[in-house]
Design a protein around this ligand. Structure first.
Ligand code: HEC
Length: 153
């Protein structure tokens, strides 16, 4: 049975609308950096859970701030060791998350502002690079595992 043409068109239109929505919602800022910090990041960054750099700790933040706003924000967004991707909050947009990072950097002496559209694109691009690197690493691990499983048969 073939899928009716009208349905296929509807599905395509739906898909396009969804991806446009995902894109705009990632760029949409709904909260201030302070609000993001106080609702999400505070859980770990206030007391330094699992060695999270503490809010206001200049010594801990100095080398992070030196990485640059686009790179640091992108790495934190994708997740690094004990730092969960998106701070573990699936509803957080990239714009809001970035404001949370800027807010913590400011508290530690960094002159970071809420990112504008261009900086947000740079952050997205850095995050994409970081993800591509880890996906490749995982694929090579997977290939190795498959060779082992096959050899054992
Ligand atoms: C569940 C605990 C947890 C939450 C919630 C959390 N973080 Fe983190 N974060 C960590 C830990 C742990 C590290 C240290 C990771 C490491 O270097 O081992 C970290 C590191 C970071 C870093 C430095 C990343 C790097 O490259 O070294 C940034 C920036 C950051 N967090 C931002 C945020 C922001 C913004 C939020 C809120 C939106 C947030 N975090 C929420 C645990 C958390």
């Amino acid at each position: 049975m073939s899928i009716p043409h009208s349905f296929r068109f509807f599905a395509l239109a739906f898909f396009v609308a969804q991806s446009a929505h995902a894109q705009s919602s990632l760029l949409q800022a709904r909260s201030s950096g302070e609000q993001v910090y106080k609702t999400v990041c505070v859980a770990c960054h206030e007391t330094g859970v699992a060695n999270a750099p503490k809010y206001g700790d200049r010594a801990a933040w100095a080398p992070l701030i030196a990485e640059g706003q686009n790179v640091l924000t992108a790495h934190a967004w994708v997740g690094v060791r004990g730092m969960p991707a998106r701070g573990g909050s699936a509803e957080l947009s990239l714009a809001d998350f970035s404001r949370g990072v800027a807010y913590m950097a400011q508290a530690a002496g960094g002159n970071w502002k809420d990112p504008d559209a261009k900086l947000l694109r740079d952050i997205a691009n850095e995050a994409d690079k970081r993800l591509t690197g880890s996906i490749k690493e995982q694929q090579s691990m997977q290939r190795e595992l498959r060779r082992i499983v096959k050899a054992a048969k």
